[in-house]
Every structure is written in structure tokens, then in C-alpha cells.
Design a binder for this molecule. Structure first.
Ligand SMILES: Nc1ncnc2c1ncn2[C@@H]1O[C@H](COP(=O)(O)OP(=O)(O)O)[C@@H](O)[C@H]1O
Ligand SMILES: [Mg+2]
Length: 208
């Protein structure tokens, strides 16, 4: 069993969307997937309620419950994806500590990028691979992504090679308890998620 933590001390950057998209991609790859929703706002749990499929399994977890939840998942889940709250929390460090791989979604905007060093700091105590994932990039040209990568690298961090652009399909899918791979297969949004999952899968292989 491997664990991915998704963290960023900023709301609206796509943490929960990324957790759902990667979970569905992994499940479609044949993995047994559990999302641990550690955000009191429970947006992934609510998405699961809008959903019919039984994969991924979504369970809410407090920080205190996390060790027990992970223990219960052993032997059942192949992959656990932990979604964390948008603000400074005790949940995010606990998730990072439990993780084999940490993903920090950010939009190309100055506000989340300014917050990123705080989230990077909380990862620093643990020797986990950590990558920023640029999300909601402007689909019209590469300039914004190039600039955002430079900002991330200047912080001493690494960015994932795959970028997710701003695509309405993500919002529409969420409304129906789906992800873009399910609601709009073959769309650019779905292709980007597939590419990101392929990269994540190889990172997880390398960290075994
Ligand atoms: N790549 C994207 N393109 C367009 N909308 C997106 C994208 N990623 C996320 N969203 C939307 O942005 C909003 C915030 O995303 P969410 O995953 O809830 O962020 P967080 O969990 O970091 O607060 C949601 O309405 C979601 O549907
Ligand atoms: Mg969220």
C-alpha cells in the first residue's frame, strides 16, 4: 500500500479535485483506492455522496484517527490518497508524515505561490518526494506555466512535469459526483489527468 498526501495551505487551488481525479485514474487502472478526507469541509465526502460508483472508497478522518484508518486500509487498499484542509492545520503535517509522495497543487496566481513556502516548510522535516502541481493554468499559452515553474524552482521546490489547465469539465464533473475521465473521456481535461496519473504512478514505483 502506498500513500499520497495532497497539501497546500490555501483554499481553491484544486487539492480536493486532484485527490478525486487521481483516485479515479488509479481505480480505473485496477487499483483499490481509498481517499481519506481530512478536511472538516468534507468536499470529497460530499462528492462521494453525489456518486454511485463504489470506487474510490471515501472515508473522513481526523488527525487522531489517521493511524487507525491507515492500519485498517493495509491489505485492502493499494493506494491511499489523503486530502487536507486549506488552512494551517495539524492534519496536513500528519498526512505528509504518512505519505510516500506529497503533491502541492497551486494555481499560477501570486496568492497561493506566496503561501507555498509555508507548506514546503512543513514537508521539510520528512524525507518524502514533494512536487508542486500547477493547476488551472491558462490554456491559451505556455508563458504563464513557464513563469510559475520558475517561481517554484526559485523556492528550491520541484514542479511535476504535467500541468493541469483551467477547464470547465472539472467543475461540471464534480457537480455529478464524477471526475473528468468519467464525464468527458477523451477531453483535454481527461488527457491531462491521465498524463498526470502516469507520472504519479512511475514516481510511486520509484519510491518503493
Ligand atoms: N483544472 C481546473 N479547471 C477548472 N476548475 C477547476 C480545476 N481544478 C479545480 N477546479 C475547481 O476549482 C474549485 C476549487 O477546487 P478544489 O479542488 O475544491 O480546491 P481546494 O480543495 O484546494 O480548496 C472547484 O470548484 C473545482 O471544481
Ligand atoms: Mg478541498
Amino acid at each position: 500500500m502506498q500513500v499520497i498526501a495532497i497539501a497546500m495551505q490555501k483554499g481553491g487551488v484544486g487539492k480536493s479535485t486532484l485527490a478525486r481525479s487521481l483516485a479515479v485514474a488509479a481505480a480505473r487502472d485496477g487499483l483499490s483506492v481509498l481517499i481519506l478526507d481530512m478536511d472538516a469541509q468534507q468536499s470529497v465526502s460530499q462528492w462521494a455522496e453525489r456518486r454511485d460508483a463504489d470506487m474510490p472508497v471515501v472515508v473522513f478522518s481526523t488527525e487522531n484517527e489517521l493511524p487507525k484508518r491507515l492500519d485498517q486500509a493495509k491489505g485492502v487498499a493499494d493506494l491511499v490518497i489523503i486530502d487536507t484542509p486549506p488552512a494551517r492545520s495539524t492534519e496536513a503535517p500528519a498526512a505528509v508524515e504518512a505519505a510516500d509522495l506529497v503533491l502541492l497543487p497551486t494555481t499560477p496566481d501570486v496568492e497561493p505561490l506566496e503561501q507555498m513556502p509555508r507548506t514546503l516548510r512543513l514537508c521539510r522535516g520528512f524525507s518524502r518526494p514533494v512536487y508542486a502541481v500547477v493547476n488551472m493554468a491558462n490554456p491559451t499559452g505556455p508563458a504563464e506555466v513557464i513563469q510559475t515553474r520558475e517561481v517554484i524552482e526559485a523556492m528550491g521546490a520541484r514542479a511535476a512535469p504535467v500541468v493541469l489547465h483551467r477547464r470547465k469539465a472539472h467543475r461540471d464533473a464534480s457537480a455529478s459526483g464524477l471526475t473528468v475521465q468519467e464525464s468527458e473521456p477523451g477531453s483535454k481535461a481527461a488527457e491531462e489527468v491521465a498524463d498526470l496519473w502516469a507520472w504519479v504512478r512511475s514516481e510511486l514505483q520509484n519510491s518503493k
